[in-house]
Design a protein around this ligand. Structure first.
Ligand SMILES: C[S@@+](CC[C@H](N)C(=O)[O-])C[C@H]1O[C@@H](n2cnc3c(N)ncnc32)[C@H](O)[C@@H]1O
Length: 209
């Protein structure tokens, strides 16, 4: 299995980038996330939480098992958690191998992460393993687009992957999720209106074990 290794320079740069883009991301995705994250249990697991962009949507007091292998995200992640009253249980592990017990969590959250994990199918299978029967994977992901977006993604794939440490703008995450073996998937495809064209084609929804 290829393991994600944070680059010492780009890992820090990405941490800074996500912190700077926090409000813009909230502007773009806040309503959608608020709807998806309504009704979360007290303890959830989050894959690749980065700098904690989702913490603003969680109830204060929520315990988040944070599966985040990039050490450069940690200080912003813990500061963000403290500011929002979130208890973070940080695990420096990849989503493909979380180390969590089988059937131990009710909800796994994953936003803009399956684009970057080296083995997204392994990450989704690992999620299925740790979810209890009936448990939910809540996801928001950018995906391969069509027409003009496909051309834009083709043109920018290499520099994007380099800067964002492995982020694949042409990944067919919908099929990865559909092939993984969930009992039910509720998924919406939409086009974001952001200045970051390659990540505008997106999917969001809930996959139930
Ligand atoms: C684009 S950022 C998204 C951060 C956050 N989820 C958000 O919505 O803003 C991708 C995140 O995935 C993390 N990541 C990369 N490879 C990973 C892996 N194999 N397992 C878990 N997280 C990973 C990165 O360190 C980074 O925090």
């Amino acid at each position: 299995m290829t393991v994600y290794q944070a680059n010492p320079v780009r890992g820090r740069l990405n941490s800074l980038t996500f912190r700077l883009l926090d409000r813009y991301a909230h502007h773009l995705l806040g309503d959608r996330k608020q709807a998806l994250f309504a009704d979360l249990p007290e303890t959830i697991a989050e894959l690749g939480p980065g700098t904690g962009a989702n913490f603003r949507y969680y109830r204060p007091g929520t315990r988040v098992i944070a599966i985040e292998p990039n050490p450069h995200m940690r200080s912003a992640l813990t500061a963000h958690a403290a500011a929002r009253g979130i208890a973070v249980d940080l695990r420096a592990r990849p989503a493909e191998d979380t180390g969590l017990p089988s059937a131990s969590v009710d909800v796994v959250v994953c936003t803009l992460v399956l684009c970057t994990v080296p083995d997204p199918l392994a990450a989704v299978r690992e999620t299925l393993r740790v979810l209890r029967p009936g448990g939910r994977l809540i996801f928001v992901e950018h995906v391969a687009g069509e027409g003009g977006y496909a051309r834009l993604q083709r043109g920018l794939a290499r520099p994007w992957r380099w800067f964002f440490e492995g982020c694949e703008v042409r990944r067919d995450t919908e099929h990865i999720l559909r092939d993984a073996g969930f009992t039910e998937i509720k998924l919406e495809r939409y086009t974001l209106k952001s200045v970051f064209g390659p990540i505008n084609p997106q999917i969001a929804g809930v996959a139930i074990r």
